[in-house]
Each structure stands twice: as structure tokens, then as C-alpha cells.
Design a protein around this ligand. Sequence first.
Ligand SMILES: [Zn+2]
Ligand SMILES: [Zn+2]
Length: 141
Amino acid sequence: MDFGDLLEEAIEKHIRNILNLFTDKCPHCKIAMTEELWTGCAALTCTNCRHGICLWCFADCGTNGNYSAYPHVERCSHNKNLRFGYRRRFIADDINDVTRTRNEFKRERVQAYIATILEATRVLVVSDERIIPELRMIGIN
Ligand SMILES: [Zn+2]
Ligand SMILES: [Zn+2]
């Protein structure tokens, strides 16, 4: 294996890892949450481990499914609907708000990951055409 192969392998690994960070995972059992998350309710239940999860920040809220997420959701600092007051505290009624919030979290974790890549490799990774559109989607250019 020469240097070129090693570099190619490193780039592939980083791209896989970065694309993986775009998938939201259950904070408890780490299973990928691939189904449509936005159904209107901000208190989710993991279909695998039945833990309650906050749709806004993906906090692990406990073992009692969406019921255990209610106390968190009504105080969550990422809950954009708290501005509407009590009646809408559990309803995520604007999918754009949810998408924006989820993208902020994705941007944070992708940026943190990219920062760990050696600079010479990083330049090649972030200019790979497979991830340019993904990075743009979360506001990284
Ligand atoms: Zn789970
Ligand atoms: Zn939350």
C-alpha cells in the first residue's frame, strides 16, 4: 500500500463518518431513526428501546416512551413552539422550525468532526462532490 492508497482510504472513511452524522439516532440505544420523525408531536418514542426522546434536541427522556418526554419538552430550550404558550408545547406544528433545529445539531456535530481531520486531508474531504450538497444543506460551505 502506498501513500496514495492510504490517503484514499482515509478520505473514504471520513466521508462515511460524516454522512453517518446526518442520521439522527436514538440517544439511548443509538439505533438510526430513519422513519419520518415529524408527525406533529414533539415527544417521540424510540421504536427499538421505547425510550422517550425530545424531537427538538434529541434528549433521552427516560423509559416510559413519549410520556417520559413531556416534562422535558415543555421546558426544552430548543423548543421553538414555547413561544406559542401552553397549548402548543407538545406540538411541533411547523416542519421548517423542526428542520432548522435539527440542522443546527447536525451542523454542530459535523463541524466538530471535520475539525478533527488533519488539514491536508480535510481539504480533500470537504471538497468531495458526494458531501458538498449535504454540507450546504446544513449551512457549511
Ligand atoms: Zn432507542
Ligand atoms: Zn429537548
